[in-house]
Write a new protein. Sequence first.
Length: 735
Amino acid sequence: MERLEFTEQERSEVKRLTEWLRQSIGGTLHQGDEEKLKKMLKESVEQGFMHRGVFGLHPMLFGLQTAQIAIEEIGLKREGVIAIIIYSCQFGDRLSLEEIAGMFGKGVAQIIKGLTRIQQLYSKSPAVESENFRNLLISFAEDMRVILIMIANRVNLMRQIRDTDKMEEKQRVSEEASYLYAPLAHKLGLYKLKSELEDLSLKYLEHDAYYMIKEKLNATKRARDEYIERFIRPIEEKLRQAGLRFHMKGRTKSIHSIWQKMKKQKCGFEGIYDLFAIRIIIDAPEDKEKMQCWQTFSIITDMYQPNPKRMRDWLSVPKSNGYESLHITVLGPENKWVEVQIRSERMDEVAEKGLAAHWRYKGVKGDSGIDEWLANIRAALESNDDLQMMDQFKMDLYEDEVFVFTPKGDLLKFPKGATVLDFAYHIHSNVGNHCVGGRINGKMVPVREPLRSGDTVEILTSNSQKPKQDWLGIVKTSRAKSKIRLALKETQVKDGLYAKEMLERKFKNRKIEMEEALMSHLIHKLGFKETRDFYKQLADEKLDPNEVIEKYVELRNHEQGNAPQAPVRSAEEFNYENPDEEYTRRNDDVLVIDHDLKGIDFQLAKCCNPIYGDKIFGFVTVNGGIKVHRTDCPNAPELRRRFGYRMVRARWSGKGSSQYSITLRVVGNDDIGIVNNITSIISKEERIVMRSINIESHDGLFGGILVVQLDDTSRLETLIKKLRTVKGVKQVERL
């Protein structure tokens, strides 16, 4: 096999990072660790096992860079670093988990298990899509360190691809960093890495917006620095007089957060006033941290007018990721609002390095509440609705939290916007399924009542209550949604069995034999995509069983008679797959849709009117249906940027036998007879029908809009070529 060579720059950087790692974590390594890794790396290089990826990066150097981020920014030690090197240098393919466990211990093998699964997902595609998102979450939920390593891996990748010419892969990786890894870093308290992922994503995806804000920040830096100096000088004097030990930082908002604020407030850069925050970090022993933070709070609010609506107290009740801080917004000089964050040295390290620092101080993994969050991921995985789970998962990552009490005084955490019904399902599935309302602070409230921090909540139930479809719009947590979907499915199955038995009895009473195949045909003919929906409408008495039986008899008689010629197949009966080369590697990765498929609603998009032969992709809509778009659809770039994970592979199969309406624009000189020449060409073409023609003439030019019906793109291309040969025609294009 071909040996992977280093460039001189790569070789020098590998030596530097190797020495840095030895000094950073050498004391935590077990005897023989370094020698085993060196031997493995040497063998891998000499025997040609390592290969550069899609971006041409050297795997060994990339692994060492990722390890540096994991140590410096997250605080991972021996097991995490060894796993990163094994994963990055592609040893996972050649060594079994048992061999890895024997060499480096079960902890390393456990991490490799999760990372290997992720590597297999990415071998199909460099970005996560709906079909493998579920497997990714399973990998994350098994071991917390897998998430932390993948975040470090993605930060490193985003840093390295700045100058790549692989623009499509760069875009997809950046989209995923924005919609998955930045929210994960946020949830885990890795705010520095979260900001870097968001800023780099913006830089690669919205280049002009990023550099516009960056230039304006640079232009206003001096004025901001002078203002911060005027703001903090009197605070420093007061804090010193109070005998507090501290240091202060001025922090400008990230470019991404400024851009999001500009879009949300629909204003220019100049309209964003709170561009920076002041951080006061108190050097205090742990038993006096909170007291000195509140003392600092009191001093600042005596000097500057606070905004009570912008007060955030994460000292009394920390966030689930361990984040502790006091946030206040005060009116500074020149009537400018300034955010002030107050925390201790220990709290600041937890805020910068997230869970790793929190665990180091507390010594207990589960103390942060993240174990419960991971348990909720596992619960959500019981639901099969991947796309809805994906959207909800992202919302859960970014949501702020509210803290409420049970009647016994236990404190529970929920995402902002959670309701009484979320509380009920948190207690138990049966409590949620039978919930009719609640009491908040002794006052009766409905199931949709939102929870607020400090509330004491009691749930009221009734045995006659059953879950309803609209409950999915009331609850906010993934856990409650998955429990409601499960209960609704069970109810539908019971109602469907009852309705089916009732219909079969009526068939027997009328001495009519019910054939499954014919009934299935009738159900589809009645417009139902799924058999269970048909029986549910029977159970809900929205369908009359006697009418169903009459239609069944009518269909049976029709099929037993002389059946008419088979109707022309529509485009919607074709199988389809995304034709992009990178998507057509394996047929088993393709979404196949035909008229026999149950449970998927699909149609051709009106914005680009795809026809047989066009390069296409599928887009999963909010209600779960699929819309088929041309790959050159004007909406495709925006769909890819915002909802890349909803795009699915698609292709046509079979032969085009349907007729499609196509609109053409023809522009040319307004010569005598040109319209006759155009219509004559169309009329002579086989299987092409002119539906309409609209001509406008102006200043010696004419513009015509033609609507024709034809079979596929090959006929369309032939027609366009022939129209372009007409004397005087300057332009023919498909709309």
